[in-house]
Design a protein around this ligand. Sequence first.
Ligand code: NAP
Length: 526
Amino acid sequence: MSEIETSLIGFSRGDTSGDPFYASNPATGEQLAPAYASASDAEVDRAGELAELAAGSLAALSGSEKAKFLRTVADNVEGIVEDLVSVVTSETGLPEPRVRGETGRTSGQLRLFADLVEEGSWVDARIDHSIPERQPIPKPDLRSMLRPIGPVGVFCASNFPLAFSVAGGDTASALASGCPVIVKAHHAHPGTALAVGQAVIAAVKSCGLAEGTFSLLYGGGRTVGQRLVKHPALKAVGFTGSRSGGRALFELAGARPEPIPVYAEMSSVNPIFLLPSVLNERKEEFALGLQGSAVMGVGQFCTNPGVVFHDKGEAGDSFKSTYAELMSQAPASAMLHSGIRDAYGEGVSDRSGSSNVEVLTVAGDGRGAGGCEASTSAFATDARSYLGDASLADEVFGPSTLLVACEGREEMLEIARALEGQLTASVFGTASELSDSQDLVDILETKVGRLLFNQFPTGVEVCHSMVHGGPYPATTDGRSTSVGTGAILRFARPVCYQGFPPERLPKELDEENSLGIKRVVDGKRG
Ligand code: NAP
């Protein structure tokens, strides 16, 4: 490995003269070699130009050709799993099983998209035959399908160094659609980004695809990231991170001469609503499950359950003590980087200092002893205080839970109505309590991307029906999902061909349905 690593600009490498930065080991605080040089303006522009040049040939690939490429990327990523175990654990502090699991999730995700585009029906082909004799005017022949949107910029997520980074869900769905991808690496795991980026480039080469199919840029969000978003070749952005970062990129993209969509997945507290039977009949079991979900991955999952609404009273008080005890037993662990640990510390300090909040358990200000360590925390308040203090609805990203005691059903409904957009909301209770709570479910359905019954929100299945999205501020576009095959729709747009001669139509829209895909023909789905 050289002393200074550089960006991957298509098939060439960036210059070593850009501002250097280093990763560090969050468990020990130790600075890690090598240095990584930030991309220059010219390098960002070059990546954009190459992507623009590649867009046409990528859009022209068949579903099978794209599938072959995605499977080659998956094979290549799996082929470097031993290297990934070493580099990811040192850059993120994540344990080896998590790295192996996330590698599998990354390759599995790529293969799922490969299957999707190989089968081909995702393009939503629609055909309306002409009716020349129609009165008063003839109906023309109209055929539409989804086409790739063009070059996509992807910002790596700090909390998923593999599954939501260089070859993660945003990249996989954009490539599957037929879009070139330019990735902005996260400063916390540049070595991971390089290993995976090289695996992608190797697949681009071995599949004979255009050079600009993929680039990887190093550098700050406010410099390299913003220049990338402003590049005229870019047609969409995928992002996972903070609300401030996602919002800044959304506004920047909207202010371009040609505004483009930004699919930012940002903050969510993933509320849980307890119907009465839970605390009366299975309080310990629920508390244990909640604790497991809240401390999983040191609380650094976007679906971490940050707030629980329960009934006031004896059972509620006893639940608070049980939960406090469980949370106090969870050991302090290293968070992913110092920025996340410091943001967690500030959130915990603010909450501890609030006169509206009872501290159930927290060690110091939540910042543990060494490296980027954080200790678990739990707080309690009541519904009136929660509704009167907007800061209590904010995400404290990390292993922290707020328990909110409600004065009966009406207060729970009032809280549900006041919620911001969320990735998920969970309801726990019996089936009959659920059927008596349709009013709560109806409200929650307007607030979230995924509703759960008697299940905790962590653990996001990658499949066809997953919705990992939700109204703002969970995301900048509540009509989309960033996990599952539906994610491809973010990077595609419908195009209609009117009166085209049969030989000039895409195969997906030909008369004989030579690809054998599902289509809507004259209003009939087949
Ligand atoms: P982040 O600070 O938003 O950074 C994510 C990426 O966006 C980085 O590449 C960053 O560049 C870039 N960026 C940030 N602000 C930007 C701006 N104003 N303009 C352009 N680019 C910008 O997120 P993070 O590092 O992952 O974690 C920080 C906080 O985000 C956490 O404490 C947590 O609160 C939140 N977070 C939430 C979720 C979730 O799913 N809910 C997930 C992860 C993080 P740099 O390389 O320069 O930093």
